[in-house]
Design a protein around this ligand. Structure first.
Ligand code: KIV
Length: 269
């Protein structure tokens, strides 16, 4: 049976129907193909690729070209999942015109179906402009990694009453600007619940507790691959690929050194 691509209206319907929305990051074809087969409805080509796959300390170094390259790889093998491409730092902050051009590149060259931008009220004009040209936008508020230097590290946001009020206004601004969903990252669960109840678009939580409409994790974290920055409290490890890979590679290395690989059976006659 031919698979049907998941669309933005499908995601909005999931919130209306009270169906939770699982989201995972994906950066390359081999893992993305498995995530798509497993039925993950949204694959996010996050700018976390810079930290997870390129070994940078922050996401700030990631370029539009990087995201296009990884989005194409993910998109090629995704027959069902909706592929969302992250807009990297400085691809939408300078001007609305820049933002439109770069969002267009992620759709045209990266073959993404939607883009994601960080920021609430300050990004509202950009979200409005991109959605006005019919590119669906996912917002992202709270602990926004592109703001690492302002935040002084990757810290939980919205703990004080004043901060919580600003974040609620941010979420409303993202919705009013036309976004189809919003990531709530690193905020207290009570605040995430309040925001989720006030919005008609889905909230996708990461480190925001159980009361959001969906959840997103960095795929390498949930698969138990060693993370250069350590594993945050909100991650659940569903596998231990670190041990699986280390064991396999140590066995391979030993076999090659001892002349046990390859055998004649593993060779051409
Ligand atoms: O870049 C990313 O992977 C993200 C998610 C963690 C939300 O923004």
């Amino acid at each position: 049976m031919k698979k049907r691509k998941i669309t933005v209206p499908d995601i909005l319907k999931m919130k209306r129907d009270g169906v939770k929305i699982p989201v995972l990051t994906a950066y390359g074809a081999s893992i993305a193909a498995l995530l798509d087969r497993a039925g993950v409805p949204i694959l996010l080509v996050g700018d976390s690729v810079g930290m997870v796959e390129a070994g940078h300390e922050t996401t700030l170094e990631v370029t539009v070209e990087d995201i296009i390259y990884h989005t194409r790889a993910v998109r090629r093998v995704s027959s069902e999942a909706l592929v969302v491409a992250d807009m990297p730092f400085m691809s939408y902050q300078v001007s609305v015109e820049d933002a439109l051009k770069n969002a267009g590149r992620l759709v045209k060259e990266g073959m993404a179906s939607a883009v994601k931008v960080e920021g609430g009220q300050r990004t509202a004009a950009v979200i409005r402009a991109i959605t006005d040209i019919d590119i669906p936008v996912m917002g992202h508020i709270g602990l926004t990694p592109q703001s690492v230097h302002r935040m002084g590290g990757y810290r939980v946001q919205g703990r004080s009453g004043a901060e919580a009020e600003i974040l609620t206004e941010d979420a409303l601004a993202v919705e009013e600007s036309g976004a189809f969903a919003v990531v709530l990252e690193g905020i207290p669960m009570k605040l995430a619940r309040t925001i989720t109840e006030r919005l008609s678009i889905p909230t996708i939580g990461i480190g925001a507790g159980p009361h959001t409409d969906g959840q997103v994790l960095v795929v390498n974290d949930m698969l138990g691959m060693a993370s250069p920055t350590g594993t945050p409290k909100f991650v659940r490890r569903y596998a231990d690929l670190e041990t699986v890979i280390l064991t396999a590679v140590e066995r391979y290395t030993r076999d090659v050194i001892q002349g046990k690989f390859p055998t004649e059976e593993e060779s051409y006659k």
